[in-house]
Write a protein that binds this ligand. Structure first.
Ligand code: PMV
Length: 342
């Protein structure tokens, strides 16, 4: 039996991916940019064993068996990596050997905290390790076919997922913008407002947005290309004010599109909106932008803040929300994929 174990962290989008132009290949309608978190607390850990004695491919997610061979996305990731192995010509493990896969998330699944991103990135990376493939851009095109945002968790620091133009999706890849060391004092606070499973899955929310939101088309053509460029400049020059404004506007526009979807998708709740108000008042009182919020497809807030401003911000949050926030955790940005020593 041959095994490999890897850990992949979540990434939080700054420029949001919302909408697919090809559902099967998971090709997005627009580029997106994210920051990968450096944490062992919010990550997926996957162990894959291959043996000639195994009769079929099996997978356990957080201890419960899932129907691996019936799951199109999981099978697509396996086939994608195996095709790369075939193209590569060498493999540490015979492709005929069946696999047993055990994966765990140590954070709420499907609560808008990017669990699928870490999960699929980890699956693809662990498969690559098992077969002896190098870490390269092609792996991102495979992880993308598990869950779009997963392609960004294959790199650390700030990551740009290019929508690409080719129909086969081979140019829809994630590439690093800058490594984590470029902006070492950039921190993220995750405020867990509610860890229940989201009401509308991102797959369904995106499908509905593409077919019903009139704002989405304008976002894709007029807004995202310009913002992507500006955000990359802000990251390169470590311009926090610019970075923060783009991030907050992006979050707001994403949720505006969710609301413009028919029937609407509502991901934020009253506490989320109170956090938005809190951030704007906090920045106004400071006379400058000290922190920025972003919300994915759920009510939980991610606040970007420079390290030196963390203690004061945390104290103010605790004062403003003594009961509404279940947990607040601070993260650095970081290096994504690790193989723990056995
Ligand atoms: O990759 P998915 O299907 O979980 O979609 C992620 C969508 C957002 O988290 C809302 C935005 C993003 O770019 O991560």
């Amino acid at each position: 039996m041959i095994s490999a174990t890897c850990v992949a962290p979540v990434n939080i989008a700054l420029i949001k991916y919302w909408g697919k132009r090809n559902e099967d290949l998971i090709l997005p309608v627009n580029d997106s940019i994210s920051m990968t978190l450096n944490t062992n607390e919010m990550c997926a850990k996957t162990t894959i064993s291959a043996s000639e004695k195994f009769e079929r491919n099996r997978m356990w997610l957080n201890g419960d068996e899932v129907d691996f061979e019936e799951n199109v996305r999981l099978m697509r990731c396996l086939k994608g990596v195996q095709n790369l192995v075939l193209a590569n010509g060498i493999s540490k493990v015979p492709l005929s050997w069946k696999l047993h896969i055990a994966s765990r998330n140590n954070f709420p699944t499907a609560a808008g905290l990017a669990s699928s991103a870490a999960g699929y990135a980890c699956l693809v990376f662990t498969l690559a390790r098992l077969y002896g493939l190098p870490h390269n851009e092609e792996l991102t095109t495979i992880a993308r076919q598990g869950s779009g945002s997963a392609c960004r968790s294959l790199y650390g620091g700030f990551v740009h997922w290019h929508r690409g133009v080719l129909e086969n999706g081979s140019d829809s890849v994630a590439v690093p913008v800058v490594p984590a060391q470029h902006w070492p004092n950039m921190h993220v606070l995750i405020l867990v407002v509610n860890d229940a499973r989201k009401k509308t899955s991102s797959t369904l929310g995106m499908q509905r947005a593409v077919t019903t939101s009139t704002l989405l088309q304008q976002r894709v053509t007029d807004v995202v290309p310009h913002r992507t460029k500006k955000l990359i400049d802000a990251i390169n020059t470590r311009n926090f004010t610019e970075f923060a404004e783009i991030t907050m506007r992006e979050s707001n526009q994403f949720h505006a599109i969710a609301l413009d979807t028919f029937p609407p998708c509502i991901y934020m709740n009253d506490v989320s909106h109170a956090i938005v108000n809190f951030v704007h008042s906090y920045n106004e009182a400071a006379g400058t932008i000290l922190t920025a919020y972003t919300f994915d497809a759920g009510p939980n807030a991610c606040l970007y803040v420079l390290e030196e401003h963390v203690p004061k911000l945390l104290a103010s949050i605790n004062e403003a929300f003594p009961n509404d926030i279940a947990q607040s955790v601070e993260y650095l940005q970081g290096i994504p994929m690790t193989t723990p020593s056995p």
